[in-house]
Design a protein around this ligand. Structure first.
Ligand code: NAP
Length: 296
């Protein structure tokens, strides 16, 4: 198959690129700056930007399957402000879907996020929810994957958690009680690759999470323990955190704002993880502690 990976230069996309190449597919990666992308040798690259529709026609030419893994991280306030999520995730998805339809692409795989909801509490979650609607309403055969947070070398989640909750004495909004279900990138990528192998995945939406549901405080303690640094979490009331972040977000370049505060008010766990659709059980998936001890 000829596959286009939009966002294929990123944390998850670059691993998916290697996986698809190893499965004998021809892979083309769309990137705004392909020369800086660290990709396997056999990868074809094309310069393009999902917010620039004209740049997408050459990218989808002769392509059978499109994966949309384009991202603006929800962990930090994006350059240009929170409205950039709508431009990149919703408008960008619309542009890519339009280009894929025009080019008669056979299948579209959309990387969404757990909790994606057009009416959701943060710009990222709303944009992801609206992007899903665009994909579902399209004429394309599609699969939508909604993971919880993804961890692995080069990913942002571990770095972000260590920054938010430093070692030894860590103040966390609400005591860090928000629950996450971290999934290892090495477990997620084969699922992404499997979506195009079996007809049963067509027009499905899957929520996927790792083997454990952990609070942010528990995750922070595990991360620092792996570095040999014990951590005590001291709760700061959510109201005070909100005031602090609403002041912080007025400061140019300050990386956190009210959306990050809002995202800490909602659990990011599956009700019923859909990993069974990929013939997996929770026991097959890597725990975050195992990853930390292996260091890869
Ligand atoms: N990582 C997680 O914990 C997590 C959790 C849930 C869902 N997801 C979703 O999984 C997908 C992949 O995430 P990731 O962590 O791999 O993200 P990432 O490492 O930040 O990579 C995102 C990629 O998007 C590309 N990109 C950004 N803006 C673009 C634009 N305007 N036009 C074209 N490409 C653009 C970037 O490529 P260039 O800079 O080369 O252009 C980058 O390689 C995203 O949809 C994300 O929302 C991730």
């Amino acid at each position: 198959m000829h596959i286009l990976l939009a966002g294929g230069s990123g944390f998850i996309g670059s691993r998916l690129c290697a996986e698809l190449l190893s499965n004998e597919h021809e892979v083309r990666v769309l990137s705004r700056d392909p020369h800086h992308a660290d990709l396997p040798e056999d990868t074809e690259t094309v310069m393009g930007d999902v917010t620039a529709p004209d740049s997408l026609a050459p990218a989808v030419e002769n392509i059978d399957i499109v994966y949309n893994l384009v991202a603006l991280s929800p962990l930090f306030t994006p350059e240009g402000g929170d409205e950039m999520h709508d431009i990149v995730h919703r408008e960008g998805t619309q542009n890519l879907v339009d280009a894929a339809e025009t080019a008669n692409v056979a299948q579209f795989v959309q990387m969404s996020a757990l909790g994606a909801d057009p009416q959701g509490p943060t710009s990222y979650i709303r944009a992801k929810g609206r992007a899903e609607e665009i994909v579902r309403k399209s004429m394309l055969t599609h699969t939508i994957i909604r993971p919880s947070v993804v961890f692995g070398s080069g990913g942002e989640f571990i770095r972000f958690t260590k920054l938010l909750a430093p070692p030894f004495l860590s103040t966390l909004p609400g005591g860090g009680k928000t629950r996450f279900q971290p999934i290892w990138v090495g477990d997620l990528v084969p699922m992404l690759s499997a979506t195009i192998q079996v007809d049963a995945h067509e027009n499905q939406t899957y929520e996927v999470g790792g083997p454990e549901k952990l609070t942010l405080a528990e995750i922070a303690k595990k991360l620092h323990a792996a570095d040999g640094r014990p951590t005590t979490v001291v709760p700061i009331p959510m109201g005070i955190a909100k005031v602090g972040l609403s002041i912080g977000e007025q400061i140019p370049g300050f990386p956190l704002g009210l959306d990050q505060y809002r995202s800490l008010q909602f659990d990011n766990v599956t009700t019923d993880s859909d990993i069974t659709a990929f013939n997996l059980t929770q026991a097959d998936l890597r725990r975050i502690e195992t990853h930390l001890n292996r260091d890869h």
